[in-house]
Design a protein around this ligand. Structure first.
Ligand code: NAD
Length: 287
């Protein structure tokens, strides 16, 4: 049976470490880290995600003021809030919860966030740094996967990683992070022929395609590490990953469950990114 990579337990450990770090740094800086979480509209899934993010901030001592805007908010109004937050010295990170209501220009909003406060890592300046292999703020989910691999003692350098999915939020930054850590990386997507054979080459297989339980045994090399990023809600109301867990766990070496794998790591990494931005803004480091 495969080793279960317990993202929920690791995230709890990370939150404890982050809380200690916040206490230490805030005493020197004279202020806590600040993360502005902006929610536009009343999408129930987004409300849950935002509540989880705000709760995690409170748990570790990050100042997290609420910005709940009505769904009729215009692009101009949202840009003006971002300008205010960009100038606010108490705010280190700005997160605008996606998806935005139709009618709001997403690209204009995401590129307006100051790159040094872009804790989601979606700004082209941060994506460029990632491509160049330079330090910068990186999208939370893929950075969280790297943390999970590292803290589970799973080597990356020299391994063949196959990433299924090429979105800007998960697949692409995931592939670049693995490449920057000296993996040999293959990116697969909806036009890739013979996907199972490609996936079977992987020492580290990252499934980020959003197709519930599509990845079965025939996609997995015995002993591989399987990271299931997918989250979909099945017709039974239960959360489903992209991987058929039981089937995969019988053949792979290590696997993330859904829920309780990558999801909690995404939030823990949002706080890591906020702390990185705070260290940058205050000039402080614990290292
Ligand atoms: P997306 O729809 O933007 O991208 C999906 C990618 O998968 C695309 O690049 C597409 O080419 C590829 N794809 C789709 N169907 C495919 C198929 N049949 N074969 C091969 N490739 C295929 O989605 P996304 O935003 O990258 O998210 C992917 C999944 O990860 C979703 O289930 C999403 O809910 C989940 N997600 C989870 C977290 C987390 O914290 N755990 C965070 C972000 C996204």
């Amino acid at each position: 049976m495969a080793k279960i990579l317990d993202g929920k337990a690791l995230a709890a450990t990370l939150h404890e470490e982050q809380a200690r770090e916040v206490t230490k740094l805030a005493a020197k800086a004279g202020r806590p880290p600040g993360l502005a979480v902006v929610l536009v509209g009343a999408d129930p899934a987004s409300q849950t995600y935002v509540a989880n993010k705000r709760n995690a901030c409170k748990k570790v001592g990050i100042y997290a003021p609420d910005y709940n805007l009505k769904s009729e908010t215009t692009t101009g109004e949202l840009l003006s809030l971002i300008d205010t937050l960009n100038r606010d010295p108490a705010i280190d990170g700005i997160l605008v919860q996606l998806p935005l209501p139709a009618g709001i220009e997403k690209e204009a909003v995401l590129t307006r966030i100051a790159p040094d406060k872009d804790v989601d890592g979606f700004h082209p300046a941060n994506l460029g740094r990632l491509v160049a292999g330079e330090p910068g703020l990186v999208a939370c989910t893929p950075r969280g996967v790297i943390t999970l691999l590292d803290r589970s003692g799973i080597p990356i350098a020299g391994k063949h990683a196959v990433v299924i999915g090429r979105s800007l939020i998960v697949g692409r930054p995931m592939a670049l992070l693995l490449l920057n850590r000296d993996a040999t990386v293959t990116i697969c997507h909806s036009k890739t022929p013979n996907l199972p054979a490609m996936a079977r080459e992987a020492d580290i297989l990252v499934a980020a395609l959003g197709r519930p339980e599509m990845i079965g045994r025939d996609y997995i090399k015995p002993g591989a590490t399987v990271i299931d990023v997918g989250i979909s809600r099945g017709s039974d109301g239960k959360l489903k990953g992209d991987v058929r867990f039981e089937e995969a766990a019988a053949v792979c070496g290590a696997i993330t469950p859904v829920p309780g794998g990558v999801g909690p790591m995404t939030i823990a990494t949002l706080l890591d990114n906020t702390l990185d931005a705070y260290r940058h803004h205050t000039g402080l480091s614990t290292h």
